[in-house]
Design a protein around this ligand. Structure first.
Ligand code: ZN
Length: 138
């Protein structure tokens, strides 16, 4: 709200990448949290600012199926954190209304990992509008 709303300048398409290691870690965490939801933040390399290299677990992250796992007040002020990842233990990788609300308020790139087996075919990535955008695996 107001003059400093920065989302309007984020129309430039970025070429997002994620390391194989980081993606596998996301799959493993989604599996180990099942049937609970897994949620974390995405951190990029400080030099290659569109390459996701790490997930950051939030203290006190609440697991459950409500998708209310991300609390904006606990998100760090850290410009290497570019977005979120969470699993959908019982549904496909499509953003819920709550997800879209989160995406629109925080971050530029978001990953949802769909129902088990939580692997390469079950994840999708989205921009802050909820539009599907590709991430290259490196
Ligand atoms: Zn969700």
């Amino acid at each position: 709200m107001g003059f400093f709303r920065h989302k309007t300048t984020q129309h430039i398409p970025l070429h997002w990448k994620i390391t194989r290691k980081c993606l596998d870690m996301i799959f493993e965490s989604s599996k180990s949290n099942y049937p609970q939801e897994f949620g974390a933040l995405l951190r990029v390399d400080r030099v290659n600012k569109t390459t996701i290299i790490e997930v950051v677990l939030l203290p006190g992250t609440i697991s459950g199926d409500s998708h209310a796992i991300f609390h904006l007040y606990m998100l760090p002020v850290d410009f290497s954190v570019v977005g979120t990842v969470h699993s959908h233990p019982s549904s496909i990788a499509r953003p819920s209304n709550a997800d879209l609300d989160l995406f629109n308020h925080f971050g530029r790139i978001h990953i949802i990992v769909g129902v088990s087996p939580f692997g390469d075919v079950s994840w999708k990535s989205f921009d802050y509008m909820g539009h599907e955008v590709p991430i290259e695996i490196i």
